[in-house]
Design a protein around this ligand. Structure first.
Ligand SMILES: C[S@@+](CC[C@H](N)C(=O)[O-])C[C@H]1O[C@@H](n2cnc3c(N)ncnc32)[C@H](O)[C@@H]1O
Length: 207
């Protein structure tokens, strides 16, 4: 039977209590979460290669979300679920403890003006929550092209006494979607590479 939108779209207003995202997939498998999944280039690539992993993408911009949904259906990726919302409050309010195997955030919006810095996703609350929802030994992966956001994130992970004890730095893993010269292989990364931008990455394991 062809894949339908209702098979892969998660309606936020149907989620009203702490939920195991696993319940949205037909097969219990490790869950890889991506915040700000954009057009889903990374997630669709991975989902095609790794049928034994469940991929859950959260994207709030309608244009990117629609593209992600349409392509997922066209590519018949049955191990992908997509939610259109603001990831931060959703993850804090609704996602079950120790239920996520990998937490990915690639090229998040940098909010580069100083007065907007606190709108960044990498802030104390969100990292404490990421630690809560990750399984023991689960991984947190982050990339950016923005040096200021990279420095900000390093300060969070390495110099914030509430965060530093929660994560152990690891080498950034080799991802199957990354082509020559890429870290991850997202849509933005491919766009920025052509502009000759420098990329920064961090990877951690939950302690
Ligand atoms: C610079 S784009 C990167 C998209 C994708 N990760 C890539 O590398 O191609 C950042 C994306 O994050 C989304 N985004 C930013 N904050 C978000 C939030 N709080 N919840 C969900 N999506 C968010 C934006 O709409 C945008 O699509």
């Amino acid at each position: 039977m062809p894949l339908r939108e209702e098979d892969i779209i998660i309606e936020e207003d149907k989620v009203r209590e702490i939920t195991d995202l696993q319940d949205f997939f037909p097969t219990p498998n490790p869950i890889y979460l991506e915040v700000g999944s954009g057009k889903g280039t990374f997630m669709r690539g991975m989902a095609n290669i790794h049928k034994n992993i469940n991929f859950f993408g959260i994207e709030w911009a309608n244009r990117f979300y629609r593209h992600f949904v349409d392509r997922t259906i066209r590519e018949d990726l049955r191990n992908v679920r997509i939610l259109r919302t603001d990831a931060a409050p959703f993850l804090i309010k609704y996602v079950k403890d120790e239920s996520i195997t990998q937490f990915n955030i690639f090229f998040p919006d940098p909010w580069h003006k100083n007065r907007h810095n606190l709108r960044r996703f990498i802030v104390e609350n969100n990292l404490i929550n990421a630690h809560r929802i990750l399984k023991p030994g689960g991984r947190f992966l982050f990339t950016t092209d923005h040096e200021g956001y990279f420095e900000w994130s390093k300060a969070m992970f390495f110099a914030n006494s509430n965060i530093t004890p929660l994560f152990k730095k690891i080498e950034f893993p080799k991802l199957d979607t990354a082509r020559e010269g890429e870290i991850v292989g997202t849509n933005y990364e491919r766009k920025y590479i052509k502009e000759g931008r420098t990329f920064y990455s961090l990877a951690f394991e939950k302690i």
